[in-house]
Design a protein around this ligand. Structure first.
Ligand SMILES: [Zn+2]
Length: 457
């Protein structure tokens, strides 16, 4: 009804039941020109800078919501445990409520012919899901919602163990349960459904179904480099009998020169752990970071710009004289305009950049950094998300064979790392050969590499 322009939501977890739903409704609101703001997390939905935290929050919220729903639906579990089907009736069946008994499913004379036809056709082995669906539609049959049948409907029917007499609770989830149902499946339906399973299995063994590709995500891809020769590491999946291990491996082709660093590869799991222990354990900005970072940035500018400022003042006086000469008619309009433009350009380059430092961006960066250790270890965060975290914050992470040695943050994160080094990072002095004390101004202006304790062998 177009009664609002901005929707303020307390927390991402209040917006939708799962990530897919969140994305869908946000998209719809965006098309209508509405803005969604998650107030307590300070996220403007859909903005580039909040993209990462928004997605990660949605994922973690979904995990939370799944846990919650597991408790809420305990009643449904009990129902399933007593062999009663949970949810809407499968095709060919309907709900029956009789006094003294709980709701249960019985064959529905109105729709069971559709089920028969579908199972019979598929059991011949001559038709695909889609073809069977087309035949049902051509015969005038429709789904319970009055829609045309699709291949997906057939796939669902043929994977629904209800027709085998079972009740499946939370299919595909960790707490999946398969229970003998209390409903009666007509024997001919049961037999047909089982015959369809054989056809289905034969088909998947052939070329029609390709095995689903596993996700291979390497949190440090494109960022991890050899400290010795600078070569990149690339991801490789190593297949064992019943498990796949992901590793990052030193590039073999070194331009002419041999790199003797050992070992040549590291498992993704151990790198993740080491990154948490050696780097993220020190990532922490306390309350005073902002004041200190601001002070350094402002002081750094003053002395450097003193000479420039004097020069700019001189040029301003020249400009003032030029204006008077023009006023008195001593120089032509054209000359005046040309010289004025020239002087103004020079003054501008000498004047210190007074653009306010973008603190909101830095605050967001600080927030992400402070959340990073918890996010990194959160069971709901995937390696793909870890990869985006790493790529958001770091240009380069270098490894000396078996240990991470330095990190090179992106310029927008560099002042915060400098702050951590100079203020928070107490372990910094524990090095075998301590580097010169960092000059905060220098670090801020030359975002560079940062060594972490334990990073040196
Ligand atoms: Zn190397």
């Amino acid at each position: 009804m177009d009664r609002f322009d901005v929707l303020l939501v307390d927390h991402t977890s209040r917006f939708g039941r799962n990530q897919a739903e969140c994305i869908r409704y946000k998209e719809e609101l965006k098309l209508l020109g509405k803005t969604v703001v998650f107030v307590s997390q300070g996220i403007i939905s859909g903005s580039d800078r909040d993209f990462l935290s928004e997605r990660i929050n949605e994922t973690m919220d979904e995990g939370y919501s799944r846990n919650l729903s597991r408790y809420i639906t305990e009643g449904l579990v009990r129902k399933a445990e007593s062999g009663l089907h949970v949810g809407p009736s499968p095709l060919g069946f309907k709900s029956e409520l009789k006094a003294g008994t709980r709701e249960h499913k019985v064959p529905d004379p109105a729709t069971i012919p559709i089920l028969f036809m579908a199972l019979k056709e598929y059991a011949t082995g001559d038709y695909s899901y889609r073809e069977v669906a087309n035949h049902l539609n051509a015969d005038g049959y429709r789904t319970q919602n009055g829609r045309f049948f699709t291949g997906y409907n057939l796939r669902d029917i043929l994977s629904n163990r209800f027709y085998e007499g079972k009740v499946v609770y939370h299919q595909g989830l960790p707490d999946e349960q398969i229970i003998n149902g209390s409903h009666k499946v007509p024997e001919d339906v049961h037999q047909l459904w089982l015959r369809c399973q054989i056809i289905k299995k034969e088909r998947t063994n052939q070329t029609t179904g390709r095995p689903r590709r596993e996700n291979h995500d390497y949190p440090f891809s494109h960022v991890l480099k050899c400290h010795h020769c600078g070569n990149s590491y690339h991801g490789e999946a190593v297949y064992y009998k019943d498990t796949t291990k992901l590793r990052l491996i030193h590039e073999r082709h070194s331009h002419g020169k041999q790199c003797n660093i050992m070992p040549k590869s590291r498992s993704v799991d151990s790198l993740n752990r080491e990154f948490a222990e050696r780097v993220l354990a020190y990532v922490n900005l306390d309350k005073g970071w902002k004041t200190r970072v601001m002070a350094v940035i402002l002081n750094g500018g003053v002395t450097e710009n003193k000479a420039n400022q004097d020069q700019a003042n001189r040029l301003s006086k020249v400009l003032e004289n030029l204006r008077k000469q023009h006023l008195w008619g001593d120089i032509s309009d054209g000359d005046y305009r040309r010289e004025k433009a020239d002087l103004e350009r020079q003054i501008k380059t000498l004047t210190p950049d007074t653009t306010p430092i973008e603190m909101p961006n830095m605050e967001r960066a600080a927030q992400l950094l402070n959340e990073m250790p918890a996010l990194w270890q959160h069971p709901g965060v995937t390696n793909k998300q870890r990869e985006s975290l790493v790529q958001e914050v770091f240009n380069k992470i270098s490894i000396d064979g078996d240990a991470l040695v330095t990190v090179e943050p992106k310029p927008e994160y560099a002042p915060l790392f400098a702050e951590m080094l100079t203020h928070t990072l107490n372990g910094y002095r524990e090095f075998d050969s301590p580097p010169p004390p960092p000059n905060p101004t220098h670090v801020l202006r030359n975002p560079g590499r940062f060594r972490f304790p334990g990073g040196q062998r």
